[in-house]
Design a protein around this ligand. Structure first.
Ligand SMILES: [Zn+2]
Length: 240
């Protein structure tokens, strides 16, 4: 006979920093230069993955133009493999890019620059699929079936890479600065998934989350938790 587990899930608080859950304490804030340094590794990784993605696209173009020769029966397979690798590299690169921008966000002062910087992943996704789509559409040597399937695959690749690389809610340097000032030294909570950070250890959004991380607002933001939970925000304003 197996014993039934009736116990409700215990929440486990995992301390990321030495913060006091009752009293805010003084913390040394990182400077802009330190944040930039922390983000550099992620930015370099993003660029490397993006270049690998574009290299795969170049291989696909060389295959389609028959500069890189494979037999006809293998052509479509290799082109699809190149597209798949292209997509994976672009997506990984874009995740590194987004994480770097959580750690070291761009200033909102110049709106155009802010958009372009945050949506670099989307721009690279276009670079990684649009040229090969044009090559496919202009190609006259390919048989109809290969051309159709390869074009469809490249369009799907472009859409998926674009949607996944797009940053739907980028934080700005000003927003991060303001949040760090407001919640300096306080215990901040976040869970394994999502983009939210919380102010209360018993927030109703934690329902079902087993592991809750506790740390400073800086650690929360570095972990990509850059927007304040709506429940916690309301509770803060209601003052209870
Ligand atoms: Zn909350």
């Amino acid at each position: 006979m197996t014993e039934k587990k009736t116990k409700t899930k215990e929440k486990k608080f995992i301390k990321v920093d030495d913060v006091d859950q009752k009293e805010p304490k003084k913390v040394t804030r990182t400077t802009k230069a330190e944040r930039r340094e922390k983000a550099t590794g992620k930015r370099v990784a993003a660029v490397i993955f993006w270049l690998l993605g574009i290299a795969c696209e170049i291989v696909a173009i060389l295959l389609l133009c028959r500069k890189l020769y494979v037999t006809d029966d293998k052509l479509l397979m290799w082109v699809l493999i190149a597209f798949a690798a292209d997509l994976v590299f672009i997506i990984i690169g874009s995740q590194f890019w987004k994480r770097a921008n959580d750690v070291d966000p761009a200033s909102e002062e110049n709106k155009v620059k802010f958009w372009l910087w945050n949506q670099m992943g989307l721009i690279v996704a276009c670079l990684a699929f649009l040229p090969v789509i044009i090559v496919l559409l202009l190609n006259k040597q390919l048989d109809g079936k290969t051309k159709k399937i390869a074009t469809a695959a490249a369009v799907v690749g472009l859409l998926v890479a674009g949607l996944v690389s797009f940053d739907y809610d980028p934080i700005s340097a000003e927003e991060r600065e303001a949040a760090e000032t407001t919640f300096e030294g306080e215990a901040i909570y976040w869970t394994q998934w999502g983009k939210k950070y919380h102010l209360y250890e018993d927030c109703q959004a934690f329902h079902g989350s087993e592991n809750i991380f506790v740390g400073t607002i800086e650690s929360a933001m570095d972990a990509g938790r850059t927007s304040l939970c709506a429940f916690c925000e309301k509770r803060l304003h209601d003052g209870n």
